[in-house]
Design a protein around this ligand. Structure first.
Ligand code: 13P
Length: 328
């Protein structure tokens, strides 16, 4: 397990989160003008998984359950020696008595599902918890319940021999400034690692997937890439134990280029015990989805877009990226 965790954050590589739920992916397709039906996602995945050279930058792909169960799609990744992961939470639902807050479900029967995923060749798993910033939010109850679920997910995944990617996402939605994001992310991660310790998990055999410490989407006070990188590193240093092999960021609604810049800047600053990598969904596959438009004649263009983002993020792993490379 420790070997898989290390391989996922091998130098120059990162993870692609191709695990949007059917509901989410239909929305993403709609947003870029694709009139999607239930076959669209399988077609899109096939086009992108076939991208030549993807394995040079992408160590692992997180799949939605249906995609893991699709032998053709799964085998494309196997043939490229790309590790297969699976999203195992069943989504975030409203938290009773706490309007605006969410709790992720999916622990019931998880041990059996994990065993099945392993038999299908999965090597790692992901669980996403959602923390919302707002008036009187997040509550201690929301953080407490979500980190407890994350800890059980982590322990169960490790019991089955799957590397857990632990994702406590503090959402970028809202008017809050970066200081508030810093405070909430710090509290969430501190609580999370306290809980993981209590649950006796193996910190060497997991990865953390956090948000960038970032101003809210609707905050009038936007901060620089530098401040985002600095504050994110400060929070991680104060909360994440050295044993964790890697931190793989989610993009959270940042543009592709901004997300790449944050990872790049953090790697330039360096001085941290963990690998700083990526596990993006939108920031990796978003541009490809836009050019694809569900048309066969756009296959190559979509693959080029994905490969470009994968390559830019790979460069960011060593701090070797700069924005001018986008136009080369
Ligand atoms: P984004 O990079 O689009 O935030 O998605 C990452 C992810 O896996 C969310 O669960």
């Amino acid at each position: 397990m420790e070997e898989i965790a290390k391989a996922l954050v091998a130098p120059g590589k990162g993870i692609w989160a191709a695990d949007a739920s059917p509901k989410t992916i239909i929305k993403r397709f709609k947003d870029v003008g694709i009139d999607a039906d239930e076959t669209t996602n399988t077609r899109f995945r096939k086009v992108l998984f076939d991208t030549e050279g993807l394995e040079n930058y992408i160590s692992g792909v997180i799949l939605y359950e249906e995609t893991l169960k699709n032998e053709i799609l799964r085998n494309i990744l196997v043939s490229k020696s790309i590790l297969r992961g699976v999203k195992v939470d069943k989504g975030a639902i409203d938290l009773e008595n706490f309007p605006g807050e969410k709790i992720s479900e999916g622990l019931d029967g998880l041990r059996e599902r994990l065993t099945e995923y392993k038999s299908l060749g999965a090597q790692f798993t992901k669980w996403r918890a959602v923390i919302t910033i707002g008036k009187d939010m997040p509550s201690d109850v929301c953080i407490g319940l979500n980190v407890e679920s994350l800890a059980r997910f982590t322990a169960l995944s490790q019991e089955i021999g799957l590397v857990p990617i632990v994702e406590p996402e503090v959402l970028m939605d809202g008017k809050h400034d970066i200081v508030r994001s810093e405070e909430v992310t710090k509290k969430t991660l501190k609580t999370l690692f306290g809980e993981l310790k209590e649950h006796r998990v193996n910190l060497h055999g997991m990865l953390l997937k956090p948000n960038f410490v970032h101003h809210g989407k609707d905050c009038p006070k936007k901060v620089s890439d530098e401040e985002i990188a600095q504050k994110t590193l400060e929070v991680l240093k104060a909360t994440v134990p050295n044993e964790v092999p890697g931190i793989v960021f989610l993009s959270g609604g940042d543009s592709s280029i901004e997300a790449t810049k944050h990872v790049n800047r953090m790697n330039e600053i360096g001085g941290v015990p963990w690998q700083i990598a990526f596990s993006f969904e939108r920031a990796l596959e978003g541009p490809a989805m836009e050019v694809w438009q569900c048309k066969d004649e756009n296959t190559k263009k979509a693959q080029d877009e994905l490969l470009k983002r994968a390559k830019m993020n790979s460069l960011a792993r060593t701090g070797g990226y700069n924005e001018e490379m986008e136009n080369e």
